[in-house]
Design a protein around this ligand. Sequence first.
Ligand SMILES: Cc1ncc(C[n+]2csc(CCOP(=O)(O)OP(=O)(O)O)c2C)c(N)n1
Ligand SMILES: [Mg+2]
Length: 166
Amino acid sequence: MIGDGGDFVSFAGRYVEPARPGGWLDPGPYGCLGAGLGAAMAARIARPSAQVVLLLGDGAVGMSLMDVDTLVRHQLPVVMVVGNNSCWGLEKHPMRFLYGYDVATDLAPQTAYDEVAQALGAAGEAVTKPEDIGAALDRAFASGVPYLVNVMTDPEAAYPRATTGV
Ligand SMILES: Cc1ncc(C[n+]2csc(CCOP(=O)(O)OP(=O)(O)O)c2C)c(N)n1
Ligand SMILES: [Mg+2]
C-alpha cells in the first residue's frame, strides 16, 4: 500500500490497515508528491505475488501520471486509486484555516485521469458513487494489468487535523 498525496493519504492512514508490517509507504510530513509511481514499480517487483495499491491524490497525479507508461511497458499490474477532489486539498483547507481564504489550489474539476491511463496503455474507470467503489476495485485487481480507478470525491471534505504540522 503506497500513498502519494495530501489529505487523501491522511484519510487512508486512518482507515486502511496494511496486511503486514512493512506494507505501508507514504511520503510522510513534508514528503515529495509524485514519488508514488516509482515506489509502486519497486513494490511490484519486490513482491510479485502481493497486491500493490497506489493511492494518489489528484495533485500527486499531476506530478507523475506519465510514469503509467513505465508500468505498462514493464507489465507491472499496480492498482491505482485516485482520490479526485479536484484540488490540492492539503493546501486549500489549511489556507482557509490559517488565512480565511485559499489561492491557487483548485485543479480542473473531475479530470478523466482514467482516460489518460488508458491512453498510455493501462486500463481504468471512473467512479462517482460510493456504492460503485467495491466492484471497481474488484475489476481492477482481477484485470492483471495496471488499472486506474478514478474516484470523484468532495472538495469540501477537509481532513480534520488539530495542527498545521509546524
Ligand atoms: C513535489 C511537491 N510539491 C509540492 C508539495 C506541497 N504539497 C503538499 S500536499 C499538496 C497538495 C496535494 O494534493 P492532492 O495530491 O490532490 O491531495 P489532496 O490533499 O487533495 O487529497 C502539495 C502541493 C509537495 N509535498 N511536494
Ligand atoms: Mg486532491
